[in-house]
Design a protein around this ligand. Sequence first.
Ligand code: DAH
Length: 343
Amino acid sequence: MLEQLDTIESEAIRELNAAADADAVEAWRVAYLGSKGRLKALMPGMKDVPKDQKAAVGKRLNEVKAALETAYESKKSSTGGGGAKASGPVIDMTEPGLIHSEGVGRRHIISRVRDELVEVFARMGFTVAHGPELEDDEHNFIKLNIPPGHPAREAIDNFYVDDPDKGAPRMLRSQTSTVQIRTMEDAAAKGWGPPMKIISPGRVYRPDTVDATHSFMFHQIEGLHIDRDVSMADLKTTLFQFARAYFGADADIRLRPSFFPFTEPSAEFDMKIALKPGEDPKWIELGGCGMVDPAVLGACGIDPEQWSGFAFGFGIERLAMGKYSIPDIRLLFENDVRFLEQL
Ligand code: DAH
């Protein structure tokens, strides 16, 4: 048996060396290492090997098998792949792929509009401030002059969340006005302001029934400017400049008297723009604004006798829909690439 193994090994190596192409190498593999090959054919003979030689013969058998496999692998790579595979179709690695596999992603339209807005306000001296999306009563309501019992706090109009850590319910913020409060508190506590001029884009949540103009989650951008002698004229100028910078030199704005608990006086503001070239300009409602109520300044540790300020907040989706003629807010959240790649 040991002699047979030696013979097989030397013959196999000789034949493998002589194999000229991938087909010959594959034929060799079948002849020696295949399931009906010469090594396998020795197996039945193992039972006739005397007991005391069994271990030595088994070891030698494994050695020969390993040696032939190694020789085969290196021969295969030097002849460019093993038999069957090499005769299959050749893959050209340099050929360009299908268009779809090359599709380049891009940022979502809401992210892009948000960044454009931030950039426009940054040019007017506003810096970005952030606040948490999981808020408490104090920042979403109390300090914004929305006392207990106010209709805006109704459970059906807000996403309240039980928070065992705080022992009090918290909520997903319903407006970015929370960031006004946090910024004023922080400035007063740490002494870095006023004056202050901040802008805060972010998500807000309201349990509205989803339709073409409502979503349970959307984005707002909040502005706050506090300094000495800030007036309604400054507010209107800022909004006007913003409208021109974002929508172009033809854009106009108007303020309509309104009410918000945290501003006095308060207004809604609309922007007049032609959504498409040649189309008649239309008013679109963008959001609310006003002079920060002295009670709100006081609640945040800022002396209303010395400082005054304006604030505004508007919906980013509404603005994006206006600018890009998007008819349904749901399109912005369904993430259908066929829609998104048009923007
Ligand atoms: N927070 C208001 C809303 O969600 C929008 C708003 C109105 C923000 C007036 C303001 C403001 O800062 O001054 O409806």
